[in-house]
Design a protein around this ligand. Structure first.
Ligand code: GLN
Length: 460
């Protein structure tokens, strides 16, 4: 009730939620409490409200992906992570806003509403899990679940001053996650502290026979690593992440944080990730290619929105016979999908076309391998890699909407973890001169989530 009250009081201004489960959440909480009173054993998140990004399927309830094309879609099943949350006795408090189909870095691409940064409501909360980060930052939920294809958990966590983790590719089942770029997408937790993040990850992680890419490896008790001594932890930093283009406040906050680690016995040394300068270009080729293929299913027939117009579009080359069908596809997609989603579909379709495939997709796949090899080599020398999450703190709403390229560059420090499949934590480490939160990223090798959450930066 307390969290629902906060949502009622503040969310009109913030816009973090697309849907709040007012009655259902209270009923769920009452049922859990009744079981508690009976002396039943309860799950690890018993009674804890959890907000979920509206890219995850919830049975019988709207799952919109913040897209007009899915505005009426109600999936017939729960995503595996939703099932796991229910089993853990969490209370599903609502679904949070995002950039349409998770394509964006500011939550301005939502077809439903913008989300505002609770620290300064003229600014973006980051994205694409902007609602998930903002609702935790504004204490409208203690925990939330987001997704990260190129930074969408870590970047909004950083810009909203909360903690968020992108787990290793395959650590969390993606069954029931609406696909954006299947080789990059990963589900992960957001919370106030690293400890809460760890506890939520314990519930979300694990093998699932419904997701062939999920890893059949035991789930460690991540929360137990919290507070363990950092003596001997080898931290690597990449000099380019502390050069021009990164705000002075961010550089100095991250450096200050590193001093704390050193005072606790960790060592800091420089490492090289020579191919990371190609990571944004590589990501936007691969991500768009996969998106163009995944989003082909929104054809006006299988799911969601269908145009009401019966007027044929004048498609050169279309025969009279197929014109009605082709027109229905074209109009449904034209009316149902937003500008950024169309941009990705066009980029991806182009890059996958005969004659271009080798030059773009295949080349990007080769560079992706080099990026992964850079990390493999770096992790022979260090245990974790630390650096800023973003080059600037939260920018103003509207500032970058007409400049997709500068929006894409916001992902500079986060996309390589997805390309390499490793894990990354974003943890608050200070504020800039304007009082906006600054995030530090800790990247760790595949399945070394425990290392990343052992940060001493367990602060709100
Ligand atoms: N900002 C990136 C993009 O627009 C990352 C999005 C994400 O991780 N879902 O693709």
């Amino acid at each position: 009730q307390a969290y629902l009250d906060r949502i009622a009081e503040h969310d009109e201004r913030i816009g973090a939620f697309l849907r709040v489960n007012n009655d259902a959440a209270l009923e769920q909480a009452a049922a859990i409490d009744a079981r508690r009173k009976k002396g039943d054993s309860l799950g690890p998140l018993a009674g804890v409200p959890v907000a979920v990004k509206d890219l995850l399927c919830t049975r019988g309830e709207p799952t919109t992906c913040a897209s007009k094309i899915l505005s009426e879609f109600r999936p017939p099943y729960d995503a595996t992570v939703i099932e796991k949350l229910r089993k853990a006795d969490a209370v599903l408090i609502g679904k949070t806003n995002l950039d349409e189909f998770a394509m964006g870095g500011s939550t301005e691409n939502s077809a439903m509403q913008p989300t505002r940064n609770p620290w300064d409501t003229d600014r973006i909360p980051g994205g694409s899990s902007g609602g998930a980060a903002a609702c935790v930052a504004a204490s409208m939920a203690p925990l939330s679940v987001g997704t990260d294809t190129g930074g969408s958990i870590r970047q909004p966590a950083g810009l909203c001053g909360v903690t968020g983790m992108k787990p290793t590719y395959g650590r969390v089942s993606r069954f029931g996650l609406v696909a954006f770029a299947s080789s990059l997408d990963q589900i992960g937790p957001l919370a106030h502290t690293a400890e809460d993040t760890a506890r939520l990850l314990e519930v979300l992680a694990g093998h699932d026979k419904h997701d062939a890419t999920s890893l059949d490896r035991e789930v460690p008790t991540y929360s137990q690593t919290i507070g363990q001594p950092l003596e001997g932890l080898r931290i690597g930093i990449v000099p380019e992440q502390f050069e021009e283009g990164v705000s002075e406040d961010i550089k100095s906050s991250v450096r200050e944080a590193l001093k704390v680690y050193e005072s606790l016995g960790a060592t800091v040394s420089e490492i090289k990730l020579p191919h990371s300068k190609y990571s944004v270009a590589t990501y936007y080729v691969i991500g768009s290619c996969e998106a163009s293929s995944n989003l082909a299913r929104y054809d006006g027939v299988h799911y969601g929105y269908r145009t009401s117009s019966k007027e044929p579009t004048r498609d050169e080359g279309a025969s009279e016979a197929d014109n009605a069908l082709v027109s229905m596809y074209r109009r449904s997609r034209a009316e149902g999908l937003g500008a950024e989603v169309k941009r990705r579909i066009m980029l991806g379709t182009y890059a996958l076309s005969a004659g271009y495939y080798d030059a773009y997709y295949l080349k990007a796949m080769k560079v992706r391998r080099l990026i992964r090899q850079d990390f493999d080599q770096a992790f022979e020398q260090v245990d974790v890699i630390a650096g800023p999450v973003t080059a600037t703190t939260a920018f103003k709403i509207g500032e970058k909407v007409d400049d997709p390229l500068s929006m894409y560059l916001v992902d500079l420090f986060t996309v390589s973890a997805n390309l390499a499949g490793i894990c990354g934590l974003s943890v608050p480490c200070g504020f800039d001169g304007a009082g906006l939160p600054i995030g530090m990223q800790l990247q760790a090798p595949p399945l070394a989530e425990a290392l990343a959450v052992s940060t001493p930066y367990d602060i709100v």
